[in-house]
Design a protein around this ligand. Structure first.
Ligand SMILES: NC(=O)C1=CN([C@@H]2O[C@H](COP(=O)(O)OP(=O)(O)OC[C@H]3O[C@@H](n4cnc5c(N)ncnc54)[C@H](OP(=O)(O)O)[C@@H]3O)[C@@H](O)[C@H]2O)C=CC1
Ligand SMILES: Nc1nc(=O)c2c([nH]1)NC[C@@H]1CN(c3ccc(C(=O)N[C@@H](CCC(=O)O)C(=O)O)cc3)C=[N+]21
Length: 295
């Protein structure tokens, strides 16, 4: 097989961020500075990395941003209070509470407390409903939105394609499936999960395979139809003594063996991850526009 197209998330994300930069300047000229608040409860090292890069990207674009780091012992009521304050803060247009929070926190209650107009993650029930209704005033979760953007900009046809999504989380799998089946994409979608029978056979049907599982290198070469497009959402830290950090990042797809078999594939890192951050910035701009009444 000829070598596959490598879907370069860094490159596409940079183009999205360029658009965002121009739009930020235009909004600022109208007196609106987009503002994003990122809330992190506890000290998970991976979460710290992501939160750091979100805040850094805000600075690069000229957004106002707030990083709110709370100790792991923060109570449900204290976190709700933080969310309520941010809901009421006119300088903040987007609020992201990093997932997952510590176990004693009821994440669903926190998400429901967010002002849906500031819910740039698209997790609030009102935004979930708007996604299903294909109402563009809602916020689309950043990771699946980033996957769609990568497919679009790479010229990959979704209409009529058989798409298989492995994973049914509210952050990736379910919204991904909704976007693929929506009227502007028109894929035929299968959602697989841990109870699915004969996962390799289901995956082999896919023209477009999306892996969002959290299991390092689970998807093998013989799970993939020759010529398929493979989007690897997985970000897994695996021990690697040869690295200074002691770990490396790997996806849910066994890249080395799968890549020669497909027509296009995303790398990890440098694939879906950077797209997630770019789409978060896009969603924050949408929130700033909608909240300030600018067209
Ligand atoms: N690139 C990015 O920006 C982002 C990357 N991620 C990464 O994507 C991956 C998935 O994240 P997330 O959706 O939050 O994870 P969750 O753990 O919430 O969901 C994982 C899904 O995979 C399914 N699953 C687990 N094991 C198997 C198996 N053996 N066979 C089939 N299905 C299985 C689960 O099924 P069931 O429902 O039955 O339990 C579940 O639906 C992770 O690696 C995460 O780090 C996540 C968010 C953003
Ligand atoms: N409320 C909430 N919203 C999220 O969007 C959210 C979340 N919680 N919890 C965790 C996941 C994960 N996530 C990533 C974002 C960027 C990269 C990313 O930029 N990855 C780089 C590498 C980063 C590194 O080196 O660790 C890459 O893939 O190239 C990865 C993962 C957002 N998430």
């Amino acid at each position: 097989m000829s070598s596959p197209q490598i879907l370069d998330g860094k490159l596409v994300a940079a183009a999205v961020l360029d658009e965002c930069r121009a739009e930020t300047a235009a909004l600022q000229a109208l007196g609106v500075t987009p503002g994003l608040a990122v809330v992190l409860v506890g000290d998970d090292p991976a979460s710290k990395v992501y939160v750091g890069s979100k805040v850094r990207t805000c600075a690069e674009l000229g957004f106002h941003s707030r990083k709110i780091e709370l100790p792991a012992e923060t109570t449900q009521e204290q976190l709700l209070e933080v969310v309520r304050d941010l809901n009421a803060d006119p300088a903040i247009h987007g609020i992201l509470v990093q997932s997952p929070p510590p176990k004693h926190i009821d994440e669903e209650a926190i998400v429901r407390a967010l002002d849906p107009c500031k819910d740039v993650d698209g997790f609030h029930p009102e935004n979930v409903a708007k996604l299903v209704l294909e109402d563009p005033t809602g916020f689309v979760p950043c990771t699946p939105a980033g996957c769609m953007k990568l497919l679009e900009t790479s010229g990959i046809e979704t209409s009529g394609a058989e798409a298989v999504v492995i994973g049914r989380s509210m952050i990736v799998g379910k919204p991904m499936a909704m976007l693929l089946v929506a009227k502007n994409s028109n894929a035929t979608v299968t959602i697989a999960h841990s109870r699915s029978k004969d996962l390799p056979a289901i995956c082999r049907r896919a023209d477009i395979l999306i892996a969002a599982v959290g299991r390092p290198e689970m998807v093998k070469a013989d799970w993939v139809k020759p010529g398929a497009v493979v989007i690897d959402v997985g970000i897994n830290r695996v021990t690697d003594e040869s690295k200074k950090s002691g770990y490396r990042l790997t996806g849910d797809v066994a890249f080395e063996e799968v890549a020669p078999n497909c027509s296009a594939i995303t790398p990890v890192p440098g694939g879906v991850g950077p797209m997630t951050i770019a789409m978060l910035m896009k969603n924050t701009l949408q929130a700033a526009r909608q909240l300030s009444g600018v067209k």
